[in-house]
Design a protein around this ligand. Structure first.
Ligand code: PLP
Length: 382
């Protein structure tokens, strides 16, 4: 909940901006630290969800590592203070220069997605006379039952290595002198809310563990990626860390000495952020009323990109309830945050909060239409 005092302070600020409630972030981190600590799991925060430097510093203060998908993310993580030995580098299309930089920086592990990629890493590691640790991102063919753009573990996905390619991967690795296979990595999709999906993932992981054991391949790290969803309908609800960690603990058969790693993004940062915007105009359509706000898809692209739902609140009206289409100013019809939703009677100048926007919000902002990027404001600065 955004308090009345905070709302009154919004009036002095230029909209739109992201508002980060640090009490929510800190309490999420506290639970995550406790639950992961209890289970002995290692957390690598997925920077792609939000790489705001202040947020990185706060997450780092919990002693977590970082999951990065570009050299620039690795550089941002190192700049924030993350130890390279706790950084993993994922992504289906790592460029040569990114690989070279990451090898030089001495990161913990490359999560690899194809044989050609592993071959390039071998060549570049050999030039630097270094041995590089890798994990294989395996596509376990588990349907995440989430939006098709954020489902990654199915057969047609561009991500991951298919299980039937693993023999070829091991054969290729046996000829490489600068690569050490340390782990297996999975990420089946994002915004997963059904625990049964993770349970299926665990069953596949156990089968794969046996496959490697039968070939005498020592796997030190099992990395289950990210994907734990949040409740977009209830922005004040915390993520289900306890259920999730209990499930991983109960259903993955870790071998002696093996480490379980995770790469949560959305579940850490999603609920602490809101996009704050002001209503520019109320416009009558044929069948609807448009509340045109000063935030657009350039500030928060999730609804336009994934038909994502965010709870929208009018922070400054208590009038009778009407229905509105809440839309942005961008020259695209998809620049719509919600259709036909109930809001108290809304006027020009009202403050609108688009909740649960901490993850994949600011991080995905663009300058389309040459708009300014949204600012960020933290609760302790107000
Ligand atoms: N790890 C990998 C490999 C990913 O691709 C993603 C998201 O796309 C994440 C972790 C973070 O996922 P989430 O934000 O759903 O926790």
């Amino acid at each position: 909940m955004i308090s009345k005092t905070t709302i009154s302070k919004f009036r002095d600020l230029e909209t739109p901006f992201y508002y980060y409630d640090l009490s929510v972030l800190n309490s999420t981190l506290k639970t995550l630290k406790k639950e992961s600590g209890n289970s002995g799991f290692k957390i690598h925060y997925a920077l792609k969800a939000n790489a705001n430097p202040r947020i990185l510093k706060i997450i780092l203060s919990q002693g977590f590592g970082a999951d990065c998908v570009s050299w620039n993310e690795i550089a941002a993580a190192i700049k924030a203070g993350f130890d390279p030995s706790k950084i993993v580098f994922a992504g289906v299309g790592k460029s040569d220069i990114e690989i070279k930089n990451a090898i030089k920086a001495g990161i913990f592990c490359f999560n690899c997605e194809s044989i050609p990629e592993i071959e390039v890493i071998e060549q570049l590691a050999s030039k630097q006379k270094k041995t590089v640790q890798i994990a294989l991102r395996i596509n376990p063919l588990v349907d995440a039952h989430t939006h098709k753009y954020i489902t990654t573990g199915i057969e047609e996905s561009k991500f991951g290595i298919h299980t039937w390619e693993l023999d070829n991967v091991l054969r290729a690795l046996s000829t490489m002198k600068h690569i050490e296979l340390i782990g297996i990595h999975f990420h089946i999709g994002s915004q997963i809310t059904k625990m049964s999906v993770f349970q299926s993932l665990c069953a596949h992981i156990n089968e794969l563990q046996d496959w490697f054991t039968n070939r005498s391949v020592d796997i030190k790290v099992v990395n289950v990626g990210g994907g734990l969803g949040i409740d977009y309908e209830n922005p004040d609800k915390a993520p289900m860390f306890t259920e999730y960690f209990n499930l991983l603990h109960d259903f993955i058969d870790l071998k002696h000495g093996q480490e379980l790693h995770l790469e949560p993004g959305r579940s850490i940062i999603g609920q602490c952020g809101s996009l704050i915007s002001k209503v520019l105009y109320i416009k009558n359509g044929c069948n609807t009323m448009f509340a045109i706000i000063d935030a657009g898809m350039t500030d928060l692209i999730r609804p336009a990109l994934y038909q994502a739902h965010h709870k929208i609140e009018n922070l400054t009206s208590k009038g009778s309830i009407y229905r509105y289409d809440v839309v942005g100013p961008i020259c695209e019809s998809s620049d719509t945050f919600a259709k036909f939703i109930e809001l108290p009677e809304t006027h020009r100048g009202d403050f609108i909060a688009i909740r649960s926007a901490g993850a994949y919000g600011e991080a995905m902002a663009s300058r389309y239409n040459l708009r300014d990027l949204p600012g960020s404001v933290f609760s302790d600065e107000m």
